[in-house]
Design a protein around this ligand. Structure first.
Ligand code: 5AD
Ligand code: SF4
Length: 467
């Protein structure tokens, strides 16, 4: 039915709303912000209510088991919403972005025709044009790896947007991976490794800092392989980049993730010793403690190589907190090989870790390997690994009891009158304190250790002086 002229005019004037649901890694969280920034230029404002959305974006992750199936089931629900809104005469567009979009491409629209747009991670800068092309009812798919640099075309966030996102910001500095670990889809979904130029990253960090951001987490699938173009056309390392970012006024803390053990070079390790803004926390996935499994995974290092790296890092920065990713039940993994992983964990002592049951990803070499491990064995190994890592995390947290630490306060706490923040080692800390401290670093005396956070009392410098 054709609507009345004035009614349709009112509808055109209405601010359009976009709802973005992100799954998976921090880079997807970052990508979601970049997509909403691009869409803001098209008149879309963000909503947290999916039923109000004129555009629903599912920003998908392909790492977890049954990732695509979960997306199809989610899409089924969104299609219903689209139909309900259509019955009220309102149009809803559905876009699938992220790594499932890249991996499945046009198959998504074949299985769920309500989807208007499938867009891979390298094409977010094209969103406005792609959305316009959905207008004629045909589905649009863009999973090319374009030659142009998407970052050159992505609209930057406004100061207001930056402030609404908090004091700590993600900045992608490197994307994609050339390592081809045999279990991993990333080289296929995010493509070959690309480092952003230093100037582009500095512009982004300066903009963030000018609007109050004081902590940046530099993101990349293989971030310590960063080799972006420097100001004189030479390639800069991650250590050089971090050192330069540390000079941006207002940036108090720098973190980076995720790193590969083979790319922990001397200058990065030295930066952990010499650069106060570089936080003493390192996520360095090892995946397994068995040399045979590491070789099958194509990790290109042994357990001893990893331990040597840890030794070098700890020699430079003795208090560094370490975390890792582990996969249990990789094809052919024996009980003894799994125990090698437990032994490695015992030796390193991690502050935290992520652990996964191996799950075959179509198109990856490991998916076709013989001797897939049974679900029961994977579940049992995962439980044992988790128990060990949980114990190490508790030990790591308990060391903080009675200590005084620098906390960057980021947000109101769970209870009224509380504020919450992070230690340099990434513990969450809650204290009773004034909201004015949010955005600042202050010292807290840790008085209680919870499972997921520490509780502290603010250290009044006056009180300290009296002691
Ligand atoms: N099965 C299980 N875990 C996986 N990961 C990546 N691919 C798989 C897979 N096929 C884990 C790895 C990686 C983390 C991000 O996800 O441990 O470091
Ligand atoms: Fe995947 Fe990381 Fe291996 Fe690259 S280094 S293939 S992102 S697990």
């Amino acid at each position: 039915m054709q609507s009345q002229g004035d009614v349709s005019c009112a509808a055109d004037d209405r601010k359009r709303k976009v709802f973005v649901k992100s799954y998976g890694c921090q880079m997807n969280v970052y990508d979601a912000t970049r997509m909403t920034d691009v869409l803001a230029g098209e008149g879309y404002e963000e909503t947290t209510a999916i039923e109000d959305a004129d555009l629903v974006v599912l920003n998908t992750c392909h790492i977890r088991e049954h990732a695509s199936e979960k997306i199809y089931s989610e899409l089924g629900k969104i299609r219903q919403l689209k139909q309900e809104r259509a019955a009220r005469g309102v149009d809803t567009k559905i876009a699938v972005a992220g790594c499932v979009a890249q991996a499945e491409g046009g198959e998504i629209q074949r299985r769920q025709p309500a989807v208007d747009l499938v867009v891979g991670p390298q094409n977010y800068h094209r969103l406005p044009e792609l959305l316009r092309r959905t207008g004629n009812g045909a589905g649009v798919v863009d999973t090319e790896f374009p030659v142009e640099d998407k970052f050159d075309h992505l609209a930057p966030p406004t100061a207001e947007k930056i402030r609404s996102r908090g004091l700590s910001a993600f900045v992608t500095v490197q994307e994609g991976c050339d390592n081809f670990c045999t279990f991993c889809v990333v080289p296929y979904t995010r493509g070959a490794e690309v480092s952003r130029p230093v100037r582009q990253i500095l512009d982004e960090v300066e903009r963030l800092a000018a609007s109050g951001v004081c902590e940046v987490s530099l993101l990349g699938q293989n971030v310590n392989a960063y080799h972006g173009e420097g100001p004189k056309g030479d390639a800069w390392s991650l250590a050089q980049l971090a050192t330069r970012i540390a000079q941006v006024p207002g940036i108090a803390r720098i973190r980076y993730t995720t790193s590969h053990p083979n790319d922990m070079r001397d200058d990065l390790i030295e930066a952990h010793r010499d650069l106060p803004q570089l936080m003493p926390f390192l996520h360095l996935p090892v995946q397994s403690g068995s040399d045979r499994i590491l070789a099958l995974m194509n990790r290109k290092h042994t357990a001893a190589d990893y331990l040597r790296q840890i030794e070098r890092i700890r020699a430079a920065r003795p208090d560094i907190a370490l975390s890792s990713d582990f996969i249990v039940g990789f094809p052919g993994e024996t009980e003894e090989e799994f125990r090698d992983t437990l032994r490695l964990i015992e030796e390193v002592k991690f502050a935290s870790a992520f652990f996964f049951k191996y799950s075959p990803r179509p198109g990856t070499p490991a998916a076709g390997m013989d001797e897939q491990v049974s679900e029961e064995v994977k579940a049992e190994r995962l439980a044992r690994l988790k128990a060990l890592v949980d114990k190490q995390r508790d030990d790591f947290n308990h060391v903080m009891l009675g200590q005084t630490v620098e906390v960057l306060f980021e947000k109101p706490g769970r209870r009224p009158g509380q504020i919450g923040g992070k230690t340099p080692w990434l513990h969450a800390v809650h204290v009773d304190g004034p909201q004015e401290l949010i955005g600042q670093t202050a010292r807290a005396h840790i008085i209680e250790i919870g499972v997921n956070s520490l509780y502290g009392r603010l250290v009044d410098s006056q009180t300290e002086a009296d002691h």
